[in-house]
Every structure is written in structure tokens, then in C-alpha cells.
Design a protein around this ligand. Structure first.
Ligand SMILES: Nc1ncnc2c1ncn2[C@@H]1O[C@H](COP(=O)(O)OP(=O)(O)O)[C@@H](O)[C@H]1O
Ligand SMILES: [Mg+2]
Length: 235
């Protein structure tokens, strides 16, 4: 398998971009994949998470791709991905200009959009997705988009409102991650939730499984897309 690029983004802050980025990075690093994490956020939360990683944990290479990073390096140099990389994962800051964000997009990227169950987050995300879908570059470059509900408490009115919103979108709603201190703890420890030794949480594994399945679903190629499902003459 060649390089896979994953971008975690939403214009809204605090929705779980860094949490999802770091958990995906740790999952693939644990599988022995060469993971490179590009942190575009000037707060550098993903990079400091990598610095806190225990020595025994699978290696993840961090790249400071934020505006604070060394200006002698050009953007394209920062974004250079060495050929041995299996997974390039990009953590983006809140409030990124949509044009600037879509400039990052490359052919066949997978874009994950976390959303919290709150009216402000739902409105901000609806606007963000609409902007993304109307920029054109998403369709032209065959970018795959999906949403993930985060910090979910099932059976709450707000979660039902979020679900209704997510199912109304044109893009797939692939999973809901529960609200648990484990995520905060994992960030502190420089690990993913599945790397916390005492935790063998079935619930979290089940909630992450559809996300990895979606990420690993082969991208539909141009030729495959135009192949008709049935040959009319055979019906
Ligand atoms: N599923 C979750 N359960 C509990 N806390 C979470 C969850 N996801 C994120 N958080 C916490 O919410 C805060 C914001 O998450 P973060 O990933 O930093 O968001 P962003 O990168 O989008 O700003 C952090 O304190 C994080 O630990
Ligand atoms: Mg962040």
C-alpha cells in the first residue's frame, strides 16, 4: 500500500481534532507503520503529545507545520513526505481559512471532521462543510470527507439533535466516540486510548473500528466510478 494522507479538521476549536489525530497516529504506529504527524496548529498540541510519548511506545515522527515554524523552510519543504512514510496525518488549527485549508488537500486525501453535540458546534460545522463542498477542489481532487461525532453521551436530547444533523449531510457519518476522561488521560500520557495499559475497553475499540474501516476502504478510482453497475444488455 502506498502513502495514505489523512487530514483532521473543522473550523471549530475544541471539537477533538488533536484527540482524533493522536489516536489515529498511535493506532497505525502500533501496527508497525511509519507514521508522520504534521501539526499545523501554532499551539502545537499534537507535537507536545509526541514529546510525552513513552520510550517504549511505537515511534511517531512529528513535523511542525505551523505558522510559527522555521520560516526559512518553504511550505512545500515542510510538507515533504519521505518515501518510507505509510501514513501522513495532518492536525489542523481552528479557524483556518477555507482557501488555505483546501490548498493542503491532495488527490485522494481522507478528511475527518469531528463534531461535538452542541448547538454552536452543529451550526459552525454545517457552515464549514457547506464551504468545503462548494470550493470545488474537494470534488476535483476526489477528496473523501466523513464526520465523526465526539464526546457523545447517548440518550441525550443533544445527541439526538446531532445525529439528525449528521444523517442529513451529504457526507458519511461514520462513528460516535463517547465522552470519557480516558481521552484526556491519553493526551497527558502521550499515548492513544488503546495504549493505556489497564484499559481494554471494548466500547472504545468498537467505536474506533468503523473509522479505521473507512480509512482503509480503497479509494474509488476514476475508472471504477464510471463503470456501470449493470450492463444494460445483460438485464
Ligand atoms: N471523546 C472525548 N472525551 C472526553 N474528552 C475529550 C474527548 N475528545 C476530546 N476531549 C477533550 O476536549 C478538549 C478538546 O479536544 P482537542 O482534541 O484538543 O480539540 P481540538 O484539537 O479540536 O481543539 C481536550 O481537553 C480533550 O482532552
Ligand atoms: Mg488541537
Amino acid at each position: 500500500m502506498g502513502l495514505q494522507r489523512i487530514i483532521v479538521t473543522n473550523a471549530k476549536g475544541g471539537c477533538g481534532k488533536t484527540t482524533i489525530t493522536t489516536n489515529i497516529a498511535s493506532h497505525y504506529a502500533r501496527q508497525g507503520k511509519m507514521v508522520r504527524l504534521f501539526d499545523h496548529d501554532t499551539q502545537g498540541s499534537s507535537l507536545s503529545w509526541i514529546k510525552r510519548r513513552p520510550e517504549s511506545a511505537a515511534e511517531i515522527v512529528g513535523v511542525d507545520a505551523s505558522k510559527n515554524s522555521d520560516h526559512r523552510l518553504t511550505r512545500s519543504w515542510q510538507m515533504r513526505v519521505p518515501p518510507e512514510t505509510d501514513i501522513a496525518i495532518i492536525d489542523s488549527p481552528a479557524g483556518t481559512d477555507i482557501t488555505e485549508l483546501t490548498m493542503l488537500f491532495q488527490q485522494n486525501d481522507s478528511v475527518l471532521i469531528p463534531v461535538l453535540p452542541s448547538p454552536i458546534d452543529i451550526h459552525a460545522t454545517a457552515h464549514f462543510i457547506k464551504e468545503l463542498l462548494t470550493t470545488g477542489s474537494v470534488r476535483q481532487r476526489m477528496i473523501r470527507l466523513a464526520v465523526v461525532a465526539n464526546r457523545v453521551r447517548k440518550n441525550t436530547l443533544m445527541y439526538h439533535a446531532l445525529e439528525r444533523f449528521l444523517f442529513s449531510l451529504e457526507i458519511p457519518f461514520i462513528s460516535s466516540l463517547r465522552d470519557t476522561q480516558l481521552y484526556t488521560r491519553a493526551i497527558e500520557l502521550g499515548v492513544g486510548v488503546q495504549e493505556i495499559p489497564t484499559v481494554r475497553s471494548k466500547t472504545d475499540r468498537e467505536q474506533w473500528a468503523p473509522i479505521f474501516r473507512w480509512l482503509e476502504t480503497p479509494v474509488v478510482t476514476e475508472t471504477a466510478r464510471i463503470t456501470p453497475l449493470f450492463n444494460r444488455h445483460e438485464q
